[in-house]
Design a protein around this ligand. Sequence first.
Ligand code: PLP
Length: 409
Amino acid sequence: MTKLNENYLKLQSSYLFSTIAKKVAAYKQENPSAEIIRLGIGDVTLPLPSAVIEAMHKAVDEMAVSSSFKGYGPDYGYDFLRQKIVETDYLARGVQITEDEVFISDGAKSDVGNFQEIFDAKASVAITDPVYPVYLDTNVMAGRTGAFKKGKYSKIVYLPCTAKNNFIPLLPKKHVDLIYICSPNNPTGTCLNKEELSKWVEYALNNKSVILFDSAYEAFISEPDIPHSIFEIPGAEKVAVEFRSFSKTAGFTGTRCAYTVVPKALKVFDKEGGEHSLNSLWGRRQSTKFNGVPYIVQKGAEAVYSPEGQKQIKENIAYYMENAKIIREGLRSLGLKIFGGVNAPYIWIKLPKGVTSWDFFGKLLKEANVVGTPGAGFGPCGEGCFRLTAFGSRENTIKAVERIKQLKL
Ligand code: PLP
């Protein structure tokens, strides 16, 4: 009899977006003529920038010739891409990061999900609530939680983010080893400013904790006081790992390229208190389990940093953020309380009292044929809230807002 890792049995039914997809498919089957607008899943809709496409075409041609053909690439990514990342995303912003602290990968989802396996199975974990579900589920799989009861796993430290605290988490009252922070946040669209983020870095320094900082949406930041990188905060290089992605920044959701920064100053400890470099451990993990991102894809990612690439991604981001504005202003005119949508492509709606997020999902689907994401899917504090994304086409975004405006809320 082959036994399984029973932690998998603790996971809650299916992944949020599969549940939504099933509900939408069932509705569509019953109502085949319904013209459904999807503002639910956070996938981009604009095609890859032409600078990226040109670079990838060129790379494909290189693969056709023995002299330029590439087989296995370096496990941690090609130097040409690591160099551009360091220069543009860090040094240009005054942040000292070196190329050997950057690990190229096929996605922030896999990196942020895999990273926890380096830490002790008993490490205590804090996550903001609501938040991107991958942080929690991967720790459930690894056995760091107890049972799921009344919407929460025991042993996890949930950091409530609600309208009352403007979705800014308070520091935990007790010691935690691992802290997941997502800023700009998915799903609330809110961000930690320099002062707020500094408190977390200070907490981690005092507690010898590690912050797993997901800044997949940093390119959407428009306000000056919001750090793009946690390494803008002094001391963060001793306590934080940063996850970034080309998915939303440059339309790579289907192309797959991301990177993780693990500073060499960051140490973790064995049972005897001996120090170990997290950078070396992550390198060891990646070289064992990962064989690199395709050359063609990394060439595409490199082109994001060319002057044309930078111009094109900025135009695309501006397009999405104009959608965000249309949603924000449209829904605000209905008297709803709206968060996010300024430094992030997510608009977080506080629902009228007594309306649950799955009720609102059903109402929106049936009466407006618009798909959004119920806040409860991101954690217990997400109940009573609802997420819309700015990644639709302009036409669909306008249409969706007009339809929602017709609803009796
Ligand atoms: N992190 C956050 C907060 C996200 O919202 C997402 C995608 O929705 C990811 C990571 C995944 O990024 P990637 O496409 O690079 O795997």
